[in-house]
Design a protein around this ligand. Structure first.
Ligand code: FUL
Length: 687
């Protein structure tokens, strides 16, 4: 019998037991509201377009004549459309780069579009882009270089006023901005109003960052500020676009300053015990350079490279900022558009179906109502699973009605309460029990594991260690289709042929008779083989489980260079006949002789200029000669490689069939007057 006197106490105890569990306490540091909004952007674009586009430089000196800024078909709407269609949430534009040239008609300088022929000096590129971004529903951000190689006062107090005045213009006149990007490169040689000297600044003390940040906060309260040291978003420490398997959003911010030499090594990964929330942003250009150079038209990153960047940035707790070097017309080049669209199609494909919705989830620790494990299934950040206070080790079993195949595992922490997970593992159930397939460290805003195919009906996620009870807002499981790109084929000097694809589980089929390969017609590539003669290799990548295949690749090879010899003492001269496009030779003389090892009929020759990012000595005017004995020479071709400096691809020259044993390539003139460089030279034997 219930004692009536004790009833109030019992009711109290009952209501206490049924009470909703409390919100887990935050683990500091935590993101600000503006950082949380920024986290959701995840992927946005960079535009490098400026006076450098017209000087073909990466870093302008500041002495450029604004009259050269003259795009012929500038269309900021095209930029915004490309970004939007690619899935990007905004664009950041180089309003002023190190050369000081301004894309808006700033009141405070003559080094700007107002003195250019573009729109007769009446144009305002920032305004045009702001309108285009608005029309496409994406955000706008501003890159502003603190270093200014044009300004006479750079290095003095007066320049700081100039900087603040310019920032006031940029932050007041173009609507809401989502990010202000301060570059870490600071001080060095420059024009500086005609002084033409080197100016070093004290990286810690010269810029009054606190008052600059105050100005940004006042004029753009919702914008995040990017810099090596944040304060809101930090540099990832490389320009290759990747974060790290362990990436913390916490940073010892007060120990970092812009342009510090040890930053990449010591701070770029963040720190578990970092004092401030300063998440990473990975920046990378879609081409080798940040600015447009026609000679990089054939160097736009491949789909497999871009996909790698995506998984290593967004998939490793970082935002991703991909740069488009807008060309001299004022457009994102067709090649860049093609590649970025391929990336967006592939990402959509990879995450099309989340298999987790068919599964039953069980968590080892339950906090209670409002924090159940099924909270990881929706797309709402604010709904998350967490454990009881004090529990920092817990697991989740994900059970499917039957066996599934998966190769991507996506997980997100509810970062509004701080980044917590320090160590986790992933297991699958096999006939022999649980098998570990991954052991990792941080998760953060998003972690995506790019795995091999695994077949199972049960997956177990274990949080092995965390700073505080884990708060997991999303888990996703996907079976991404294989990346089916053309195989990469390489034949070495001795004629050994190798073929590669970027993903496991993809097979290569090829033919040597010129026909298109397929599964019945073609041989599967299993190991390198030798092909010394001239011929064609046709190859495709096939995902046999799905019956899907890539576009086919046809490569023509001439005779292998196995018996060839460069007649020169320099051991590096071999680089020009090693059939490796990445090795080069710089020839102090202007001619080189190659012994082909036997008498052969040739119908032409080819020259591959150096393929690295920085090169010189490209042959402009040439003479190609042949000899039976290496002493008596006769000219076979004389001519010029007219556009090689813009487009440094393989050059092929044909002539009447002739028998020869020695060949000589003479560089009558190089494009820049420097000593001749070669990646490869070869002969053609086919008609
Ligand atoms: C660097 C700059 O020096 C490059 O030119 C480029 O703008 C890149 C995004 O940042 O620090």
């Amino acid at each position: 019998m219930i004692n009536a006197k004790k009833l109030p106490l019992l009711l109290f105890l009952l209501s206490w037991a049924c009470k909703d569990p409390s919100v887990p306490s935050p683990v500091y540091p935590i993101p600000t509201e503006r950082q949380l909004i920024w986290h959701k952007l995840e992927y946005y674009g960079f535009i490098h377009f400026n006076i450098n586009t017209f000087t073909d430089m990466e870093w302008g000196k500041g002495d450029e004549n604004p009259a050269i800024f003259d795009p012929t078909a500038l269309d900021t709407r095209q930029w915004a459309k490309v970004a939007k269609e690619a899935g990007m949430k905004g664009l950041i534009i180089t309003a002023k780069h190190h050369d000081g040239f301004c894309l808006w008609p700033s009141k405070y300088t003559e080094h700007s579009v107002k003195n250019s022929p573009w729109k007769d000096g009446n144009g305002d590129l920032i305004k045009e882009l702001a309108e285009s971004c608005k029309a496409e529903g994406i955000g706008l951000g501003i890159y502003y270089s603190p270093w200014d190689r044009n300004h006479a006062d750079y290095g003095d107090e007066a320049y700081i006023d100039y900087m603040k005045n310019q920032l006031t213009e940029l932050l007041s006149n173009y609507g809401e901005l989502f990010e202000i990007w301060f570059d870490g490169a600071n001080g060095g040689t420059g024009h500086y109003g005609g002084a033409n000297e080197e100016r070093k600044v004290d990286k810690r003390g010269y810029y009054p960052w606190e008052s600059i940040y105050e100005l940004v906060r006042k004029l753009q309260p919702n914008a995040v500020i990017f810099g090596d040291a944040g304060p809101d978003v930090r540099w990832v420490g490389n320009e290759e676009g990747h974060a790290y398997p362990s990436t913390w959003s916490n940073l010892m911010r007060d120990s970092v300053y812009a342009g510090m030499p040890e930053y990449s090594e010591k701070y770029a990964r963040g720190q578990e015990n970092g004092s401030h929330w300063v998440p990473a942003e990975a920046d990378v250009s879609i081409r080798p350079g940040w600015y447009y150079h026609a000679y990089e038209d054939h160097k736009v990153k491949s789909l497999s490279h871009l996909l790698d960047i995506y998984y290593k940035s967004i998939g490793q707790n970082s935002a991703l900022l991909i740069n488009f070097p807008v060309d001299r017309r004022g457009l994102i080049h067709e090649n860049d558009v093609d590649q970025i669209m391929k990336l967006s199609t592939k990402i959509k494909e990879d995450f099309e179906t989340d298999l987790i919705h068919d599964a039953k989830l069980t968590a080892s620790s339950k906090r209670g109502k409002g924090y159940e494990i099924n909270k990881v299934l929706d797309d709402e950040w604010k709904s998350y699973w967490t454990t009881k206070d004090g529990i920092t080790n817990a697991s989740v079993e994900i059970e499917f009605p039957g066996k599934i195949i998966f190769n991507r595992f996506l997980i997100q922490e509810y970062i509004a309460l701080g980044q917590r997970v320090k160590e986790f593992s992933l297991e699958i159930q096999t006939d022999n029990g649980w098998e570990n397939i991954y052991k990792g460290t941080t998760i953060g805003a998003k972690r995506i594991l790019r795995l091999e195919d695994h077949k199972t009906n049960k997956i177990k996620l274990t949080i092995l260690d965390a700073i505080a009870p884990p708060t997991i807002s999303k888990i996703g499981i996907f079976n991404a289709p294989k990346l089916l790109v053309q195989p990469v084929i390489h034949r070495n000097k001795d004629g050994l042929v190798k073929m590669e694809v970027p993903e496991t589980g993809v097979d290569i089929f090829y033919t040597l008779d010129g026909s298109t390969p397929s599964i019945p017609n073609g041989k599967q590539f299993t190991k390198p083989f030798t092909m010394k003669h001239a011929g064609k290799i046709n190859a495709i990548s096939i995902d046999q489980s799905k019956g899907k295949f890539s576009e086919h690749l046809e490569l023509k090879f001439d005779i292998a260079k196995s018996n060839w010899e460069v007649i020169h003492d320099d051991p590096n001269s071999i680089n020009i006949i090693d059939d490796n496009p990445n090795t080069i030779w710089t020839n102090p003389k202007n001619e080189v002789v190659v012994d082909l090892g036997e008498l052969i009929h040739i119908t032409g020759f080819d020259y591959l200029p150096p393929q690295g990012r920085y090169f010189g000595g490209l042959i402009f005017k040439y003479r190609f000669s042949g000899s039976l004995d290496g002493k008596n020479w006769h000219d076979l071709a004389i001519g010029e490689f007219s556009n090689i400096h813009n487009n440094p691809i393989r050059q092929e020259v044909r002539f009447e069939k002739v028998q020869t044993r020695f060949v000589k390539l003479t560089s009558l003139e190089t494009w820049d007057g420097n000593a001749t460089q070669y990646a490869e030279i070869g002969v053609l034997t086919q008609e």
